[in-house]
Design a protein around this ligand. Structure first.
Ligand code: ADP
Length: 509
């Protein structure tokens, strides 16, 4: 039996105004997972009104940091309690492997706790010291919630992306309208149930399922939304940025990547080989941080390539619910077609196909949107597969002659989200990490994102930062309040400048 979900608006579950629905399907077997209300303009308008009311009149932005923290921590605890029960749904809805989804739930609950605590550790009001000019005064710096935030998330980490968005916004005192990806709305709607159970005031969190060009576009265009936070493709990110200009909405964008992962000559093969495959193939490469360009020293080309291909052959494709599966299907037929077309492009532009390159024909995988782990050698950084984000299990190996050339190749990209450097001499690796124009670099590791460290992109990988204290600042406006301490007209800054004492006579009547 299919599960049915309605929109979550003003603390209640309601059908879409149009009454229309859409389905999500399991990328492993193409069975319908659940049916969702198809939110459009009218639903977004209702949700924004509820969020506006909750912001202007409701208690949320006026609660103490500790009170907001308590709600958020309660929600995090509920996620932990429910994770066993909800995990199979996340797997069915997104094609995430059991191993990956388990990690997602654990991380989501912990990250949400961190965001909750930001509500108590952030200084929402500070005194600015030593401001002797322009006058004698006491000065306050206030961090105030931006207001109503529209949040649009992708399908690769459905629950976790919802938490990255909701956590800092709620901690800051904002109210939100969240739109999950149309491919994977299930865990966000289960989250809505938990939000209701925790008893968040109505309208603080609204979740509207629907398509990007309908519900998403309506949210971005809505004149009563103060900020849009988006994670997704760079193409849609650019579009959202220009649409948000209509009423100068604040934007944070976490977009695509084409991250370079650099193996130095002294790298330890025991960790660099598996680490680089993890960088490229984790979640089938459907990660914005994927290390999809692997730069190896030309002098050691044969040995690295041979070991990489050998180890990649051992990656287990299979039913994502099976605890031994390493690699599940891609999220959709559309994504499968997209990845296969990039593979064709790679071949036609002269890259050497070393492994994979097609949909597997093995028994049990027929209905799934699988692509074999694919490795191209002899890739030139100018090729399409080295420049464009593929979002699939496709690794491009690019040999480099010198470390300076490796840096130049790594930075020759419109993206700047992440990167990796592998080397035994960590000082040397660190020196190279500093030269990469990206928001995160891992040395002898990959994909590890800490909730306490800022995460986001340089260049066209995005604007703003998630995680760390910065994540909350992105949901605040800063205000300066100047309180004069002189109190007497003669001592005022303007007394003998603008208003000339000779010609001025104060009227007291
Ligand atoms: P992908 O190409 O990987 O599906 P997208 O960037 O298209 O990634 O989608 C990420 C999120 O952006 C999804 O929630 C999607 O519904 C939403 N989206 C897509 N197009 C638009 C749009 N024109 N306006 C607002 N949101 C959109």
């Amino acid at each position: 039996m299919t599960r049915d979900y309605q929109l979550f608006i003003n603390g209640e579950f309601v059908p879409a105004v149009s009454g229309e629905t859409f389905e999500s399907i399991n990328p492993y077997n193409q069975e319908v997972v659940a049916c969702f209300a198809r939110g459009k303009d009218a639903d977004i308008d209702k949700a924004v009104k509820a969020a506006r009311k909750a912001f202007e009149e409701g208690p949320w932005s006026r609660l103490s940091g500790q009170e907001r923290c308590d709600y958020i921590i309660n929600l995090a605890d509920k996620i932990s309690e429910k994770s066993k029960e909800l995990l199979p749904f996340e797997v069915a809805d997104s094609g995430s492997t059991f191993k990956k989804a388990k990690g997602d739930f654990w991380l989501a609950a912990n990250q949400l706790k961190y965001f909750g605590h930001l509500a108590t550790t952030t200084k929402f009001e500070e005194i600015l010291e030593d401001l002797s000019k322009p006058g004698v005064s006491k000065n306050y710096l206030l961090r105030e919630p931006i207001g109503v935030c529209g949040q649009i998330i992708p399908w690769n980490f459905p629950l976790m992306m919802a938490i990255w968005k909701l956590g800092p916004a709620l901690a800051a005192g904002c109210t939100v309208v969240l739109k999950p990806a149309e491919e994977t709305p299930l865990s966000a709607m289960e989250l809505a149930k938990l939000i209701q159970e925790v008893g968040f005031p109505p309208g603080v969190v609204n979740i509207v399922t629907g398509y990007g060009e309908e519900a998403g576009a309506a949210l971005v265009a809505h004149p009563n939304v103060d900020k849009v936070a988006f994670t997704g493709s760079t193409e849609i990110g650019r579009h959202i940025m220009s649409e948000a200009a209509c009423n100068m909405k604040r934007v944070t964008l976490e977009c695509g990547g084409k991250s370079a992962n650099i193996i130095l000559e002294d790298a330890d093969p025991d960790i660099a080989i598996d680490g680089s495959l993890y960088a490229a193939f984790f979640h089938g490469g459907q990660c914005c941080t994927a290390g999809s360009r692997l730069l190896i020293p030309a002098s050691q080309k044969e040995q690295w390539v041979e070991q990489l291909v050998e180890r990649a052959r051992q990656i287990q494709l299979g039913n994502p619910m099976d605890k031994n599966t390493d690699l599940g299907p891609l999220v959709s037929q559309k994504q499968l077609n997209r990845v296969l077309s990039y593979i064709e492009k790679g071949k036609s532009e002269g890259a050497k196909l070393l492994l994979g390159g097609q949909k597997p024909s093995s028994e049990g995988l027929e209905k799934g949107f699988f692509v074999e782990p694919t490795i191209f050698g002899e890739v030139n950084n100018k090729m399409t597969i080295a420049q464009e984000e593929i979002f699939g299990p496709v690794l491009s190996i690019i040999p480099y002659q010198t470390e300076a050339e490796a840096v130049q190749i790594a930075n020759d990209s419109i993206y700047g989200l992440a990167g990796g450097v592998w080397g035994r001499d960590t000082e040397r690796a660190f020196a190279m990490a500093k030269q990469l124009r990206t928001g995160t670099v891992w040395v002898n590791e990959y994909h590890l994102i800490s909730e306490k460290a800022p995460f986001g992109g340089y260049k066209q990988s995005g604007i703003g930062r998630e995680m760390g204290p910065e994540s909350l600042y992105e949901y605040t406006e800063t205000k300066h309040i100047y309180v004069d301490e002189l109190g007497s007209r003669e001592k005022k800054f303007w007394y003998d400048t603008l208003i000339k004492p000779s010609s001025y006579s104060a009227t007291t009547s």
